[in-house]
Design a protein around this ligand. Sequence first.
Ligand SMILES: [Zn+2]
Ligand SMILES: [Zn+2]
Length: 113
Amino acid sequence: MLAILLGGKAMGKKQTLLGDCELCYRTNVEITIHHLTPKELGGTFLPTAKLCLPCHKQIHAIYTNEELATRMNTIERLRDDDTIKKFVRWIQKQPSTKLISVTKSKERRQKKR
Ligand SMILES: [Zn+2]
Ligand SMILES: [Zn+2]
């Protein structure tokens, strides 16, 4: 199941690019930009990290914005976290082409035309 976005207006601010994840080091995966300090907490102009979708979702599933801003605001600290390490060890065994469904996608419902 591939959703192909052909220009036009995207409903969400989700943009897809391929690259290397800074957390699990898998290459040629779908990359998203993670604000190491959440934007809500003033991180708009602070460093970001390129993370694959599963890593990104995982981080936000484990940590609140406050924890990210205070304790996990560098990629090194994230890499060094035991929960993350376990996750990374697992994700590295997954093929990069496999889409891991973490949540049921709400985006689907907006596809009207
Ligand atoms: Zn990753
Ligand atoms: Zn993020």
